[in-house]
Design a protein around this ligand. Structure first.
Ligand SMILES: Nc1ncnc2c1ncn2[C@@H]1O[C@H](COP(=O)(O)OP(=O)(O)O[C@H]2O[C@H](CO)[C@@H](O)[C@H](O)[C@H]2O)[C@@H](O)[C@H]1O
Length: 480
């Protein structure tokens, strides 16, 4: 079976968040099932520079006003197709924002072009001798693909649309419609029209044959006004096509027994060796040495991720004898509040702003617990990395966090199945109570070690979820 996966980022070439990890890891998990995935991504400078050997396999005479090429390349087992379209992708900033952090004004055009290219590739007209059996698109940036397919020559090829975060919908003013090269009837409720605007995600959710999101709990949550962000009605009308498949992680990239980015390797039977990693993070974040638990946070600094709640509890963590280290960037007010906590509690709270992949590995290897107080979380990956690294997750009971962590309540502890701490309600008091529970467990070394080893034994690989995608794909092809 051939799949065309279409996304705006893919690890290890370009990553701003969890989307890249999933798009980068799923193909290898599907391959033992006889599924061959080709992944189409935009030709950002970072992508073109990192791919040394690339071959032109197709072209467009005119894609949104410019000629474009499709390049093929292999990287770490990924079979990539790159849309080389310099007028839209050769920019100084990131994939979505310019060097000053502002959205590119032509993002609608940049991602409509990616979607249109995908639809044409799906029709078999671009890459000679290759045509996918199924097209799988991710998030709003690629959500117009099934819309273009519906009105183009690949209307009969099945499509899957995965929602990684429904908060980002790609909504633009009605004036952009004229530029999208869609027929007039596409500007209607059944397609891209969304409260008078153009909604990319909305169009994808209306037209894809199957809709998935990245955990079963989030699949239920987005049917409610609290989490559906305006799309709950549409999703309810598509209930029989909606499912939640929890994310896995790349167990080779995230393996504490062989990770080249950490100070000392360890496994569930050699937990003491985490000590060298603890010392490395103490040094990196300027922490005083001591015995209390070190909490870490690796996150976009946003309201979604509950970073305002974190800022509210830092004094308490320190008062109880704990330490906190934060890696992240985002909202400047939240960044300021956390930097202020770090200067108030020098030696006990440390913060590194920005994006730093190697440091994120070292933090998971050396911290005792990872805090994830998200208000909503479609799946979450950092709690899965935490499980694998013996860094006990402390999570809000929402979305994929609720689906992947087993709470250390009395029942969970006595059955020896607990892997972390869940809390609700998701507010500062809820988080405070959870932190107190962490201190109590941490002060009982046997209980703590069992939480760590139980977590390290959890199956966080892609194996089970890959099977769910295989049956979804097979069902769409009538082979289920
Ligand atoms: N400053 C920093 N430096 C280095 N690394 C950093 C970092 N900040 C974050 N990261 C990394 O970025 C990734 C974040 O993934 P998440 O799943 O936690 O959230 P995100 O909201 O990006 O993804 C969305 O899509 C994913 C994938 O489906 C869902 O799991 C999630 O719930 C949804 O919100 C992790 O790999 C993390 O280690």
């Amino acid at each position: 079976m051939n799949i065309l996966s279409v996304a705006s980022e893919v690890y290890p070439l370009v990553k701003t968040g969890g989307l890249a990890d999933v798009v980068g890891a799923l193909p290898a998990a599907l391959s033992p099932h006889g599924i061959r995935t080709r992944t189409l991504v935009p030709g950002y400078p970072a992508v073109l520079q990192k791919l040394k050997k690339k071959k032109k396999v197709g072209s467009f005479a005119n894609l949104f006003g410019s000629p474009a090429s499709v390049l093929a390349a292999d990287l770490d087992g990924l079979d990539l197709l790159v849309l080389d379209l310099p007028t839209l992708y050769e920019r100084d900033g990131g994939p979505y924002v310019d060097a000053t952090g502002r959205d590119y004004v032509d993002n609608f055009r940049r991602f409509a072009a990616l979607s249109l290219a995908a639809a044409e590739i799906a029709a078999g007209d671009v890459v000679a001798g290759w045509k996918p059996d199924i097209v799988h698109v991710h998030d709003w940036q690629t959500a117009l693909t099934p819309v273009y397919m519906r009105f183009g020559r690949a209307a009969s090829t099945p499509t899957v649309m995965t929602i990684h975060n429904i908060a980002f919908q790609g909504q633009f003013g009605p004036e952009v419609f004229a530029e999208l090269a869609l027929p007039p009837e596409a500007f209607s409720m059944q397609f891209v029209e969304y409260y008078g605007d153009v909604g990319f995600l909305k169009g994808g959710l209306q037209t894809a044959n199957a809709i998935t999101t990245v955990s079963p709990s989030y699949a239920q949550e987005i049917l409610t006004p609290e989490f559906g962000m305006g799309l709950e009605g549409l999703l309810k009308s598509r209930l029989s096509d909606l499912s939640g498949i929890v994310n896995g992680i790349d167990a080779d990239v995230w393996n504490p027994a062989s990770d080249p980015l950490i100070a000392q390797h360890f496994s569930a039977t050699t937990l003491k060796q985490r000590g060298a990693n603890r010392r490395a993070i103490e040094e990196r974040f300027g922490l005083e040495q001591g015995n209390g638990p070190i909490f870490c946070v690796i996150s976009r600094l946003t309201w979604q991720k509950g970073m305002d709640l974190l800022a509210e509890v830092t004094d308490e963590i320190v008062a109880m004898g704990g330490k906190l280290i934060v890696l992240g960037s985002g909202d400047t007010a939240l960044e300021g509040a956390l930097l202020a906590a770090a200067s108030r509690h020098r030696g006990h709270v440390g913060m590194v702003t920005g994006y730093n992949e190697p440091l994120s590995h070292l933090m998971q290897a050396g911290s005792d617990a990872i805090l994830i107080p998200s208000r909503f979380e479609p799946c979450g990956l950092t709690q899965l990395y935490g499980l694998r690294y013996g860094c006990v997750p402390v999570v809000a009971r929402t979305g994929g966090l609720a689906d992947t962590i087993i709470d250390a309540n009395e029942a969970g502890l006595s059955a020896k199945v607990a892997t972390g701490f869940q809390f609700t309600p998701v507010n500062a008091d809820g988080l405070r109570l959870a932190i107190r529970r962490v201190f109590r467990a941490y002060n009982e070394p046997k209980v703590w070690a069992r939480l760590q080893t139980q977590g390290m034994k959890s199956d966080v690989s892609w194996a089970r979820s890959a099977e769910r995608y295989v049956s979804l794909y097979s069902g769409l092809l009538g082979k289920g």
